[in-house]
Design a binder for this molecule. Structure first.
Ligand SMILES: [Zn+2]
Length: 265
């Protein structure tokens, strides 16, 4: 699914992939090192899981001005305090105070301009980093948009209405390369956002149809909409169906109409 993969990464970006592959993490978590040409200090995005070998590989790229967090899921943030300690106290910055010191909306330092875009949906604390080095730009999307497949927007942490608004926001960044939290880099983040929007709307239409035909629990919706789902990710699909049903029931309540059956969910 998705666009053509990006050939090669921008010269100022290094990918270190954590050894935690799985149905929810694809090939593993992408940890990113960003160092502008000629600069001593780099930034790094998402240390990933608490894996000593992976964190040591990241530490070889020190010094870092800061460790940035896209969102608080453990496969992105679990190794952050250990990495910070290995580096002698490099600050960890995150949207959620549980995971680090506050992120300013813009960071200009060490040849990079980093804009923090609030993109809630996958989680309430999800952000994307739009980074400029000279004339080059790239967007680091965390789990808001993955390099392959579709991301999970699962109740109660996720919010589908917020997620669709975040995708609309990202959709404005035409031809900006996308460097995701999992999966391969992609050449155009806006094209990926559009692809995700189309996919979500299609799924929502299917869920509405499932509800009309009597599916009155997230489990029954999953059985109708995703009949061939991999058992390893069925639990995620059920949480995702719950988020879709929540979204549809709010939307219908606001518009004063209600699909049959939604009031029972
Ligand atoms: Zn993740």
């Amino acid at each position: 699914m998705g666009g053509a993969e990006l050939d090669g990464l921008p010269g100022w970006v290094t990918l270190l992939r954590a050894p935690n592959p799985g149905p929810m993490t694809l090939d593993g978590t992408n940890s990113w090192v960003l160092r502008a040409p000629g600069e001593a200090f780099a930034f790094m995005i998402d240390p990933g899981p608490l894996d000593e070998g992976h964190l040591r590989a990241i530490a070889e790229h020190a010094p870092f001005r800061a460790i940035l967090i896209t969102h608080g899921h453990h496969d992105h943030v679990e190794g952050a305090s250990r990495l910070s300690a290995m580096l002698g106290g490099t600050p960890v910055l995150a949207a959620d105070a549980e995971h680090g010191a506050p992120l300013e909306p813009q960071i200009e330092s060490d040849g990079l301009r980093i804009r923090v875009l609030d993109t809630p949906g996958h989680t309430l604390d999800s952000v994307c980093f739009l980074v400029e080095s000279g004339n080059a730009r790239a967007m680091f999307t965390g789990d808001t948009i993955l390099g392959r497949g579709s991301t999970v927007v699962a109740a109660p942490d996720g919010d589908l209405g917020a997620y669709l608004a975040s995708l609309e926001l990202i959709n404005a960044y035409r031809d900006v390369p996308m460097l995701p939290g999992h999966g391969p880099a992609q050449p155009d983040v806006a094209a990926m956002a559009q692809f995700y929007l189309d996919h979500r709307r299609e799924r929502l239409a299917q869920v509405e149809a499932a509800v009309r035909s009597g599916a009155d629990t997230p489990e029954k919706v999953v059985d109708l909409v995703y009949p061939d789902i991999d058992p390893a990710v069925r639990f995620a699909a059920i949480f995702s169906a719950k988020a879709q049903l929540d979204y549809l029931s709010h939307k219908n309540r606001e518009s004063g109409t209600r699909a049959d059956g939604l009031d029972r969910l």
